[in-house]
Design a protein around this ligand. Structure first.
Ligand SMILES: Nc1ncnc2c1ncn2[C@@H]1O[C@H](COP(=O)(O)OP(=O)(O)O)[C@@H](O)[C@H]1O
Ligand SMILES: [Mg+2]
Length: 228
């Protein structure tokens, strides 16, 4: 973890808009939540949405895979059915194409902030890191599906695997991904951290072993820095 220490900075002074939507008016931002299952993404989604609403922003909260009627149908298939690894990656991007067209781009155009529980970093982490699909193939799909859109801020909730596993075991019935073995999540987590190091300008790593209240204070600082 020491190698990623520099990404834990609380200020966001160098974050600029990473998309072309809504330019001209006060530009809304696109925030994504990432991390392995059980890391704490869902726990903090509504907190961040509320922080932005306190700051008088219009906000929508959405998720991947999903976020549209078609996307939620694909989600049910993706989370519960076995399929070829490349089919899985293609369906993820198919759902994402619809999500951008129907939800993300129109919201940003209207000046609404978008918070998504997972986005393309998750496909790199799970299908690339976890399942070992060639990252170059994923980069081709990314370039095809959203050449001009990247999150303005990606919050990476990072926890050791045993912590995430203990949290999941305590709370829910596991889907296809959540049932994967420790080495799958180790590779998934490693790919998330590799991407955070590759794109330090938009990533902030949250040490998710901290207490929820501590994380909330950190998120408050990050959001204040983003909305200035
Ligand atoms: N910082 C934390 N400390 C203790 N428990 C946590 C923390 N963050 C999340 N949890 C708990 O861990 C479980 C998984 O969190 P969740 O937000 O659903 O993870 P994710 O959406 O990343 O899979 C939930 O029961 C949640 O209450
Ligand atoms: Mg969740």
């Amino acid at each position: 973890m020491g190698a990623f220490e520099h990404l834990k900075a609380k200020n966001t002074t160098d974050i600029k808009s990473n998309h072309l939507y809504g330019s001209g008016m006060a530009t809304a931002k696109f925030i994504t939540f990432e991390g392995i299952d059980g890391a704490g993404k869902s726990t903090h989604l509504s907190f961040v949405a509320d922080l932005l609403r306190e700051r008088k922003k219009a906000v929508i909260v959405t998720r991947e895979p999903g976020g549209t009627t078609l996307g939620e149908s694909l989600r049910a298939i993706l989370l519960h059915e076995k399929m070829h690894l490349e089919t899985e990656a293609l369906l993820m991007f198919a759902a994402r194409r619809e999500h951008i067209a129907q939800v993300i781009a129109p919201a940003l155009e209207r000046g609404e902030w978008v918070i998504s529980d997972r986005f393309t970093d998750a496909t790199f982490a799970y299908q690339g890191g976890g399942r070992k699909l060639d990252l170059q193939k994923l980069a081709v799909l990314e370039q095809w599906v959203h050449p001009h859109l990247q999150p303005d801020l990606t919050l990476l909730f990072d926890v050791p695997l045993d912590v995430a596993r203990a949290r999941l075991d305590a709370t829910r019935t596991l889907d296809k991904f959540e049932q994967e073995k420790a080495d799958f999540f180790a590779a998934t987590r490693a790919e998330y951290l590799r991407r955070a190091a590759e794109f330090p300008q938009r990533f902030r790593i949250i040490d998710s072993t901290q207490a929820i209240a501590t994380i909330q204070e950190q998120l408050r600082g990050i959001i204040a820095g983003l909305d200035r």
